[in-house]
Design a binder for this molecule. Structure first.
Ligand code: FAD
Length: 457
């Protein structure tokens, strides 16, 4: 172990290789609610792709399990290290290498956080549109999980916004995929294969992302509905209305009451409306022209009322921002009120009401409860599960995941399989597909060092 530590320290420099108790407890977990923390044997903080390559070559030689870590705010346990393993933290590889205004791309190191990228792109009137709830997350971590977030309904998820990668294979080879162009037709798409692979195939050491012009003005419309099915019926109509919303979220009344209290929100909704409301729809619009934005907001308000909303409140400036932030913080609120797990099942948008009805019944039948919110525009339910007994919880989750798949969906829309869902994934997924995934994994990582226990149980 001392020999191996010495070799790793030689690669990154002694101050950037930590072992044993010198590794702070923070590195032993991400934000998954159900995965117990685990400290790694080694923590390396490389500064270059070459250092990452050398670390992986040594790890392959010694068959040491390796886990990559961005900001550690993933929700599926995929950044949690393995005992006796090496954790590679990308915190020192945090430079925005280039913002190419003519090509509308940025080239960044994986440890750059979304907050940093937002500040840098704002300086030139551009924007990177992937906003998963936690802006301290890193671009490399987003690549790992194929992060989504509220804007996916209009702007897509990470895989729609990453054009190319520099990546290090477990053998220590450095490859480049894609580039600063939006199309390529030369063989298999390795960029897309690596995105969403949760650190199990290759480690990204440089990411080329797509930028878009930053809209000047925004407005958020909050619409309470007395009937959840009416919300879901309104969603496809909003999307085909031509208003081109950037956000279409639902928040059920239980979660709304929790975030209003946790975040001290004042939304100006009369008590009578709150009491007869089953869930809320949150729709954000953006435009460079305030007059057009105002007109669109008015049109949207009118349409929402026609489609059954009890009312429609147009929020601007601070109140709009605070509502969106509160929605982003639902995970922290759920954790604070004792949620036992969260799910992010995705189903075809039109199947959401059916999924939610049956999922609630599944939970209730076993004495559990499911509440939540979600990305209504893209069928991604963020369910908060209350069920203390872990054996019952496993049964409830198995049934809920199976239901999502029966309805044509998947057990995760954006948080990933990680460690938390690996067993469910392997139990429920088509065996032929799983076998192919394993063969792909083996061809990238013949020694099986990258993130064992993640994706595959
Ligand atoms: C409050 C809150 C709200 C959230 N809301 C959303 C949401 O709306 N949508 C959403 O998608 N997610 C959401 N998340 C989850 C989280 O933001 C994402 O999973 C994010 O991608 C994690 O980024 P990270 O840098 O923290 O990655 P980590 O947690 O450090 O790592 C995530 C995965 O990526 C791998 N990885 C890290 N760096 C690299 C690299 N350089 N190359 C290859 N693999 C790598 C890790 O091994 C791991 O498998 C939320 C999390 C929180 C805490």
């Amino acid at each position: 172990m001392a020999d191996l530590a010495a070799r790793l320290a030689e690669i990154v420099g002694p101050t950037h290789l930590l072992t044993g108790d010198a590794i702070s407890a923070d590195y032993g977990h991400d934000e998954a609610l159900t995965i117990p923390p685990q400290q790694p044997a080694y923590l390396a903080k490389p500064a270059t792709a070459e250092e990452v390559a050398a670390l992986l070559a040594v790890a392959t030689e010694h068959r040491v399990p390796v886990t990559a870590r961005g900001s550690g705010c993933g929700l599926s346990g995929a950044a949690q290290p393995v005992a006796d393993g090496l954790l590679i933290s990308f915190e020192r590889m945090n430079a925005v290498l280039e913002i190419d205004v003519d090509n509308h791309v940025a080239v960044v190191q994986p440890g750059v956080t979304l907050t940093e990228l937002d500040v840098r792109t704002a300086e030139v009137g551009l924007s990177y549109t992937v906003y998963p709830g936690e802006l301290s997350s890193s671009v490399g971590g987003n690549v790992g999980t194929n992060a989504g977030g509220m804007r996916a309904v209009r702007c897509g998820v990470t895989r729609h916004n990453v054009l190319g990668l520099q990546a290090v294979l477990p053998t220590g080879e450095i490859i480049r995929t894609g580039g600063k162009m939006s199309k390529i037709s030369t063989g298999y798409d390795l960029t897309q294969l690596i995105i969403g692979s949760e650190g199990t195939l290759a480690l990204a050491t440089e990411v080329t992302v797509k930028l878009v012009p930053r809209p000047a003005h925004g407005v958020t419309v909050l619409a309470p509905f007395g009937d959840f099915d009416q919300i879901m019926a309104a969603v496809p109509k909003i999307i085909s209305s031509g208003l081109n919303p950037t956000i279409v979220e639902y928040i059920d009344n239980v979660v709304m009451a929790a975030i209003v209290s946790a975040e001290n929100l004042e939304l100006g909704i009369p008590e009578a409306v709150r009491e007869s409301c089953q869930a809320y729809l949150v729709v954000a619009l953006e435009n460079n022209h305030t007059d057009r934005l105002d007109a669109d907001a008015e049109t949207l308000g009118g349409l929402l009322s026609d489609w059954g909303a009890l009312d429609a409140y147009v929020l601007q400036g601070n109140s709009a921002r605070r509502l969106i932030e509160a929605r982003e913080n639902v995970f922290w609120t759920a954790k604070a009120i004792g949620a036992d797990d969260i799910v992010d099942v995705v189903v075809p948008r039109a199947s959401m009401p059916e999924f939610l009805r049956q999922a609630r019944d599944i939970a209730a039948a076993r004495g559990a409860a499911m509440s939540g919110c979600g990305h209504a525009g893209d069928g991604n339910v963020h369910g908060v599960l209350f069920c203390k007994d872990s054996q019952i919880r496993t049964k409830v989750l198995t049934e809920i995941f199976a239901l999502g798949m029966r309805l044509g969906g998947a057990i995760s829309g954006e948080h990933g399989v990680g460690r938390a869902k690996a067993k469910y994934f392997c139990d429920l997924e088509d065996p032929a597909k799983l076998a192919l995934l394993r063969r792909i994994k083996d061809s990238f990582d013949p020694a099986g060092i990258l993130n064992p226990g993640v994706v595959f149980a």
